[in-house]
Ligand binder design. Structure first.
Ligand code: URA
Length: 241
């Protein structure tokens, strides 16, 4: 009984949560013998540690919990939202080389989508923002492949049928028609894979350009493309609500 109440975690989880690297990195380091528990090298990533009693060292130094870090990155197109790409393409991590802690993207933007991406080492916060039950609104600017009728835009507002079910009602504002293209803004409260592109395809057009400009009420503002900034405390508080 006593055993169950203790805060036990796997060594792999403890190392990755300390903000040093991904869980894969952590497993590698443990296998390499760089991690000690109570003075003894432990090479098993699934070794249980007691957070209150055990003394963990990485490369001989006591493990310290990293401060929480929340950033907003203006992702350009051509960067994938993953840690490592087997095909060697640029990833969002190439844009944050000046950040020491290991942070993870809050959701994903497609390779060909640009715009606002939150990244953090606070996994609980990330899970909350991504959880569809919390309905955090995300706003995108869209350039369609053709001129769209009011009827087509209305369908996006009311919800369209996708292979993974109908979409929730969305806020859609037409910005302008220019030449052969309609530009509009759409706000979704769910975040399914390639959702905007699939919704536009469902009304018989294609997305030519897609930029995420807001999450909740946090805007990309004047942040230069390819750069990042820290979230301010008021922004964080508003997102948490
Ligand atoms: N919807 C898409 O289709 N792609 C994105 O990257 C984000 C939302």
């Amino acid at each position: 009984m006593e055993q169950k109440k203790r805060p036990l975690k796997t060594l792999e989880r403890v190392i990755s949560k300390a903000g040093l690297g991904s869980r894969t990195d952590a497993r590698g380091w443990i296998h390499e013998g760089r991690v000690q528990v109570n003075g003894k090298i432990i090479e098993n990533p699934d070794h249980w540690v007691d957070m209150e009693r055990d003394k963990i060292r990485f490369d001989g130094k006591p493990l310290e919990r990293q401060d929480r870090l929340y950033i907003l990155l203006y992702k350009p197109t051509g960067y994938i939202t993953t840690y490592k790409d087997p095909d060697g393409r640029p990833t969002v991590y190439d844009l944050i080389k000046d950040i020491d802690s290991f942070i993870v993207p809050v959701g994903r933007l497609d390779l060909d989508t640009s715009g606002l991406l939150l990244m953090t080492n606070d996994t609980q916060f990330a899970e909350r923002i991504m959880n569809p039950d919390f309905h955090v609104p995300k706003t995108y600017l869209v350039k369609a492949s053709e001129l769209l009728t009011d009827d087509q835009l209305d369908k996006l507002r009311k919800g369209v049928e996708l292979s993974d079910g109908p979409t929730r009602p969305a806020k859609v504002t037409k910005l302008r028609d220019s030449g052969k293209h309609t530009h509009f803004e759409i706000t979704l409260t769910e975040g399914r894979n390639r959702q905007v592109r699939r919704m536009v395809e469902a009304i018989g057009a294609r997305v030519m350009k897609l930029v995420r400009v807001r999450i909740g009420d946090i805007s990309i503002g004047t942040l230069p493309i390819g750069t990042w900034r820290l979230l301010t405390r008021p922004e964080l508080t508003r997102l948490r609500q």
